[in-house]
Write a protein that binds this ligand. Structure first.
Ligand code: GLU
Length: 504
């Protein structure tokens, strides 16, 4: 394999369910990989055992699967670059942390949490913030400030390994999305690379893995930009080439400032997670796009448009179209505002892209739930008549239940407005007379009723609205004569009789 091959990774930490921002990161990695005939890798970054949440990894894998973002390499997949779960790569990291010590880029530190805390408090008194860096490290207990003998002794107990951040150096990098980004190391601290529990921190594990998994492009959220200078310095310290970097814009709240949070979703009633999530500790349930009835392709399409566009007016894309058009150069720097209403629109557009047969197969499941058995062709016809009025498959029932069952109640507002005057008496007569219609077809029924209305000198609209009330239970639905034709003569007559009986 040549080193110029595109290899990207999505590297979530299993600390909870995947937020939709995480799914977007996975998506952009996936699109970039597929566009460039590259490899899309899933790596589970589970080195922080204190934040490990049971079920989170399974959730992440299921969510990617639902979205159609299937990794080419992932945990459980054996190939030259695995394992893909960092907890299974523990030994690799220690070797590399020690390598940094031997080359003078890192050091052992023995300060206890209490010591660090008291140092912090001491400085707080003078309104200063304590930073472990080039200016303070000589006052702390570490392998740079203590004698060799002391260090040898202390290494028998707890210690961490810290990066020796250079003082006042400029680190620059060309980010594919942001252009040149520049940092001064004076702002940075001596980050811990290796913890006393024998695990690496995110920074060390991430860089080592990206190197050994031959990652060509690191595509991740903007929140990781502050870590970039440390990562670049780590690559340099190891003498490794850096991958290319692309930091994706934040996803912003629907209104106001700041990044989209779970709380925004809870407040406004939209999901922020791809799948429903049950918190293993509290048992609390957070809603998911899948369970709300979204098509994965609509959810993916919506996410793709959060921060990216193809430079044309087109907004609706299939996954293949997205792969075809995607480029990191067309990702925006500025935050992308999330719009829950627009998300529904995306679903509606994808619903309309499906064939009536596909929709009726999906809608049949809604019928099954209600114990209703219906003819396939009949269901397909129903779907074709109401699909323009819905955004979700489950909404078809609200628009079309009367095709399958007689109305159980009548909308009181419509009753008040439409069931009055001469109408009830006419309806009673109509129920008897409709038997005379020989050919039960929409146009025939219509001309028969029209003639009868004329004979009685009533208003056509008036009668039709009342008839709609009798057949569907309210003032909605597609063409009324088509409804009558579809439910059949007997059922039509029966429903008129029911209405006359119930509404008087
Ligand atoms: N484990 C990090 C996360 O949870 C990965 C960040 C990165 O892609 O470097 O997002």
């Amino acid at each position: 394999m040549s080193d110029s091959k595109v290899r990207v990774r999505f590297a979530p930490s299993p600390t909870g369910p995947l937020h939709m921002g995480g799914v977007r990161t996975a998506l952009f990695n996936y699109l970039f990989a597929k566009k460039n005939n590259g490899t899309f890798i899933l790596r589970i970054e589970d080195t922080d055992q204190t934040r490990y949440v049971p079920g989170a990894e399974k959730y992440i894998i299921e969510a990617l699967e639902w979205c159609g973002l299937n990794p080419d390499e992932k945990p459980g997949y054996s190939c030259g670059f695995g394992p893909y779960r960092q907890s299974e790569r523990k030994d690799i990291y220690k070797t590399f942390a020690q390598k940094l010590i031997s080359t003078g880029h890192a050091y052992y530190a023995f300060d206890t949490p209490e010591e660090l805390d008291s140092k912090r408090k001491e400085l707080e008194k003078d309104k200063k913030v304590f930073t472990y860096n080039a200016h303070t490290r000589s006052q702390m207990r570490n392998s740079l400030s203590l004698s060799e003998d002391e260090v040898t002794e202390l290494l028998k107990g707890d210690y961490v390994i810290r990066f020796k951040m250079p003082d006042n150096e400029t680190v620059e990098e060309e980010d594919i999305i942001r252009g040149k980004v520049s940092f001064n190391t004076r702002e940075l601290d001596d980050k811990i690379l290796f913890k006393s529990d024998g695990m690496p921190t995110y920074h060390l594990a991430n860089v080592v893995d990206d190197h050994f998994m031959k990652i060509s492009h690191v595509i991740r959220g903007e929140e990781w930009l502050p870590s970039l200078p440390l990562h670049i310095l780590l690559y340099k310290s190891f003498g490794w080439n850096t991958p290319k970097f692309a930091h994706l814009p934040l996803i912003l709240k629907p209104t106001g400032k700041g990044k989209l949070s779970k709380r925004d979703g809870d407040k406004a009633g939209f999901p922020v997670f791809p799948l429903q999530w049950k918190d293993p500790e509290s048992g609390d349930i957070s809603s998911g796009y899948r369970e709300e009835g979204y098509f994965p392709e609509a959810f993916v399409n919506m996410l793709a448009m959060l921060g990216w566009n193809p430079g044309t007016e087109q907004e609706i894309f299939s996954m293949d179209e997205l792969i075809e058009l995607f480029s990191l150069e067309r990702v925006n720097k500025s935050g992308a505002r999330f719009d829950p209403e627009k998300t529904k629109w995306f679903n509606q557009q994808h619903l309309l892209r499906k064939t009536d047969r596909q929709l009726s197969v999906l809608f049949s499941k809604e019928l099954d739930k209600r114990g209703i058995k219906a003819d396939e062709n009949f269901t397909e016809k129903v779907v074709s008549l109401v699909k323009e009025r819905v955004s979700f498959v489950h909404e078809i029932w609200d628009q079309a239940s009367f095709f399958f069952i007689a109305p159980v109640e009548y909308d009181p507002k419509v009753v008040k407005k439409r069931w009055k005057g001469d109408v009830p008496a006419f309806m009673k007569e109509l129920a008897e007379k409709l038997n005379e219609v020989n050919e039960w077809k929409a146009d025939k029924i219509k001309s028969y009723i029209a003639a009868l209305i004329e004979e009685k000198g009533l208003g056509f609209g008036l009668v039709m609205n009342a008839l709609r009330l009798a057949l569907v239970g309210g003032g909605f639905g597609p063409d009324l004569m088509t409804i009558a034709e579809m439910i059949g003569k007997e059922e039509t007559i029966q429903r008129i009789k029911n209405a006359v009986e119930k509404l008087g």
